[in-house]
Design a protein around this ligand. Structure first.
Ligand code: FE2
Ligand code: FE2
Length: 432
């Protein structure tokens, strides 16, 4: 998992720069006594309102919900939270039928042999210090100087994308929590020996190095505002993410397959750009991280492949449901205490630089549909399963058409869409 941005110019794929999430940020701003510039009555009302929501997540507790209702549909608990504006957010939990737990139990032997092999043992893993100046060395100061020389030519717009990617990687506690919320595969004790739990811990430990390395490199570069970046990380981990897994491992493994491939693509692109800008060390760093993401993609896509083999009807419906909800990016709640649309702006720069685009989104889906043989599924599908199959197979083309239309709209605009200051680069302005 890791960074991840989505094209903000394609409306059907846009992440929720949602009013409700912004209310939450404002609450946090208040809670942490940060600098809130606006004191409009509505904003103050939002900050002072207390939620009556009994929703299970930290995130939802801080929304300005006034009423909630809960319904049990089968095994699935659905919570409706109605805000002051009447908007409703729906939380679905534990949507997998209890009898399916047996499937994941029975796959433990398979996971041990087919998933854990894609982890690298610690003593054969790279560490951030392999790529950084050596503080114990006499040459430390010279090495730092060289690093700063190399970074000098990196444009602000590139730095903004790299910072956004790094911050997203730094929110690893969130991703580990979300994975552990999955029924049948989560780590029940904190040190469970189930291969699913072993994977989640070791995967998180591998991911942890990504944010660590990028953070230290950017810190030494002197090109970015570390205090603002650190605030953004604290906000992001506090906000969590809204992946809509419903504690359902089918959804979780489909989502992570998508995300790992997306991070493989985007880190690969920041590597290429670093090379173009003359920082070969940074290119090596981004490329090394991308290679980790590729291994993770292989492991997660293998799990989904196996689920398609033994339970195609459930798996195709989970894939369709995941795509209908759209892949919400881990950094959807990005906030620096200043820009209410920070995720949208960061995504727009990533799109413009070609680091992660709407085309990549469609490409990933098409790749996964091909890899999992979704078009060829025939036996074991119910009517609903077939409808899900049709929807998923037709989706990449629909996304591409929307992307083309969005591009045309962009081209027909005569001038730059907007220039936005980014606190991460000391408020310097960047085209979005
Ligand atoms: Fe990864
Ligand atoms: Fe990562």
């Amino acid at each position: 998992m890791g960074l991840l941005v989505m094209n903000s110019s394609v409306s059907c794929l846009s992440p929720p720069s949602s009013p409700s999430s912004n209310k939450y940020y404002r609450f946090l701003s208040h809670q942490f006594n940060s600098n809130i510039r606006s004191s409009s009555p509505s904003r103050l009302l939002m900050m002072s309102s207390s939620s009556s929501s009994g929703a299970a997540t930290h995130h939802h507790r801080h929304r300005s919900s006034t009423t909630t209702t809960k319904e049990l549909v089968g095994n699935t608990k659905i919570t409706f939270c109605y805000g002051r504006s009447g908007e409703a957010t729906i939380e679905k939990t534990h949507s997998m039928a209890p009898q399916k737990l047996e499937i994941f139990k029975s796959l433990e032997g398979w996971a041990e042999h087919n998933m854990l092999m894609h982890l690298k043992p610690v003593d054969r893993s790279w560490q951030p210090s392999d790529f950084l100046p050596e503080p114990e060395s006499e040459e430390f100061q010279d090495q730092v100087k060289e690093l700063r020389e190399r970074c000098r030519e990196l444009p602000d717009e590139y730095l903004v994308v790299l910072v956004g990617d790094m911050i997203t990687e730094e929110a690893i506690p969130t991703y580990q929590s979300v994975m552990n919320s999955l029924d049948g595969v989560g780590d029940e004790t904190g040190a469970s020996l189930s291969p699913w739990a072993v994977w989640i811990r070791a995967w998180s430990a591998e991911e942890n190095r990504h944010g660590d390395l990028l953070n230290k490199y950017l810190y030494l570069s002197g090109r970015v505002d570390m205090k603002q970046i650190e605030k953004t990380i604290q906000y992001l981990i506090s906000s969590g993410m809204d992946a809509k897994f419903e504690n359902n491992p089918y959804n979780g493994f489909i989502y992570t397959s998508f995300q790992e491939r997306a991070t493989f693509i985007s880190h690969g692109n920041t590597a290429k750009l670093a090379k173009n800008h003359g920082d070969l060390k940074l290119a090596q760093i981004c490329g090394t991280i991308a290679a980790d993401e590729k291994r993770h993609e292989t492991a997660y896509t293998k799990v989904v492949e196996k689920l398609f083999e033994i339970d195609p009807n459930e798996t195709i419906q989970a894939l369709a449901a995941t795509m209908r909800k759209k892949i919400k990016m881990p950094a959807q709640f990005l906030y620096d205490g200043q820009d209410d649309n920070l995720f949208k702006h960061y995504s727009a720069v990533a799109q413009r630089l070609g680091v992660y685009t709407a085309k990549d989104y469609a490409d990933i889906l098409e790749f996964l549909v091909g890899k999992w043989g979704v078009e060829k599924l025939s036996s074991g599908l119910s009517g609903e399963g077939r409808r899900a199959q049709d929807f998923v197979c037709g989706l990449p083309l629909r996304i591409r058409k929307l992307e083309e239309r969005a591009l045309e709209r962009t081209k027909s605009r005569s001038s730059i869409d907007a220039i936005v200051p980014f606190s991460w680069v000391f408020g310097r302005e960047i085209e979005v």
